[in-house]
Design a protein around this ligand. Structure first.
Ligand code: HEM
Length: 401
């Protein structure tokens, strides 16, 4: 008989090292109904189960209107809708994120990464990598794609931080009415920012995503005005914290695995597999929630309509049934079908963009230095949302090349 398993996803000890719990979950409790929470929530730990849930948008919905959270702000963004609305919304922006379009941004990303790291090196080489590189790079890139002033990036940072800080708390009783009210004010502020910019594009169209959305809205049937605002907010916020996290986790992985750092310095051609290995090994998004649309049973656990399941991507990506030596960080890993960007209809729209940004950021960091070292030995601060596996500060010493 397997030992009972209980864990608190908000507990810092769990968040710093969730892998022993994940392993027990995969082995003995593939589906675990949490007790003592205000809503019914089950955790799902195995790769195959997470993939099957994320694949089946009929049985497992992304519409969370039963929860009083930012997920139900009217109208929901594509992230909070199911097909066919989801398909309509996503098809309006898909084109801006194809591998071909994204690859055209590479020279600009290189220029930005070089500039940011150049400034840090000129200032002595001791930096918080999050402030110096991993935050500004994604925010400037997405601002330029959308067509909003990158000079407003400090404000975008505040918005992203605030919007994301509460993510996932609702499942564990951590979201109070005061926080919800703050979120609503924040979303109003963000939408208010976009309104005059949309008007400007209507008057003077340009080559940017904002113009594309304004034109789609103009045609009426494709996108309502409110949907356009929700889309802009989602695009501005969804890729920032996640990509910042990926770049930070990549730097941490290299600090923790000096032999991997050596391997990459000797062969920068390994960067693409190395970044995907960071996504698997240290997944920025640890869980992906879904709402049951009907009653079912999962591994003997009864699921009722409107129950929530949390697909633990961080656990699926360490599943020994799928990955060889799952707890080994192998920058040259060839077979790596990780779920870090989700799976199915909601598969991350920005996956190509995020991968390229991380390759450029880490590639530039390695090219501009002959070594990197942690500064200080204190525990690094954890991101406030249990969804993220991230540190919010990463003090580093860069030894110039
Ligand atoms: C390492 C960086 C990133 C990670 C780990 C990540 C992760 C994810 C995950 C797990 C999902 C699926 C959510 C679900 O199943 O409900 C998702 C969706 C999404 N991501 Fe990302 N993301 C990253 C970067 C980005 C970037 C740079 C953008 C910029 C455009 C972006 C935009 C989106 C959008 C719009 C969705 C919703 C797609 C839909 O509902 O169809 N993400 N992301």
């Amino acid at each position: 008989m397997a030992e009972p398993l209980a864990f608190n996803p908000l507990d810092p000890a769990f968040r710093r090292d969730p892998y022993p719990i994940y392993e027990r979950g995969r082995r003995d409790h593939p589906v675990l109904l949490h007790e003592g929470l205000p809503i019914r929530v089950a955790s799902v730990f195995r790769y195959e189960d997470c993939q099957a849930i994320l694949r089946d948008a009929d049985a497992w919905s992304n519409e969370f209107a039963v929860l009083d959270t930012l997920e139900d702000l009217p109208p929901p963004s594509m992230l909070g809708t199911d097909p066919p609305e989801h398909t309509r919304l996503r098809s309006l922006v898909n084109k801006a994120f194809t591998p071909r379009i994204v690859s055209q941004l590479e020279p600009r990303m290189r220029e930005l990464a070089d500039e940011l790291l150049g400034d840090a090196l000129a200032a002595g080489g001791e930096v918080d990598l999050v402030q110096a590189l991993s935050y500004p790079l994604p925010v400037v890139v997405i601002a330029e794609i959308i067509g909003i002033p990158a000079a407003d990036r400090a404000m975008f940072k505040r918005w992203s931080d605030e919007a994301i800080a509460s993510l996932g708390l609702v499942f564990f009783g951590g979201l109070d009415p005061e926080r919800i009210a703050r979120q609503r004010r924040l979303f109003d502020e963000m939408r208010g920012y976009f309104m005059p910019l949309a008007e400007q594009r209507r008057a003077r169209p340009q080559e940017d995503l904002l113009t594309g959305l304004v034109l789609a809205e103009h045609e009426g049937s494709k996108l309502s005005y409110e949907e356009m605002l929700s889309m802009l907010v989602l695009l501005l916020v969804a890729g920032n914290e996640t990509t910042t996290t990926l770049i930070g986790n990549a730097a941490l992985a290299l600090l923790d695995h000096p032999e991997a750092e050596k391997q990459l310095r000797a062969d920068p051609g390994l960067l693409p597999t190395a970044i995907d290995e960071v996504l698997r090994f240290s997944s920025p998004v640890q869980f992906d929630p879904r709402r049951a649309t009907r009653a079912t049973r999962l591994h003997g656990v009864e699921i009722q309509p409107d129950d929530f399941v949390l697909c633990w991507l961080g656990s699926a990506n360490r599943d020994e049934r799928v990955f060889e030596r799952p707890d080994v960080f192998d920058p040259a890993r060839e077979r790596n079908p990780h779920l870090a960007f989700g799976f199915g209809a909601h598969y991350c729209l920005g996956a190509n963009l995020a991968r390229l940004e991380a390759r450029v950021a880490i590639g530039t960091l390695l090219a501009r230095t002959r070594g990197i070292e942690r500064v200080g030995s204190e525990e690094l601060p954890l991101h406030p949302s249990p969804v993220f596996r991230a540190v919010t500060k990463l003090p580093l010493r860069m030894l110039p090349a």
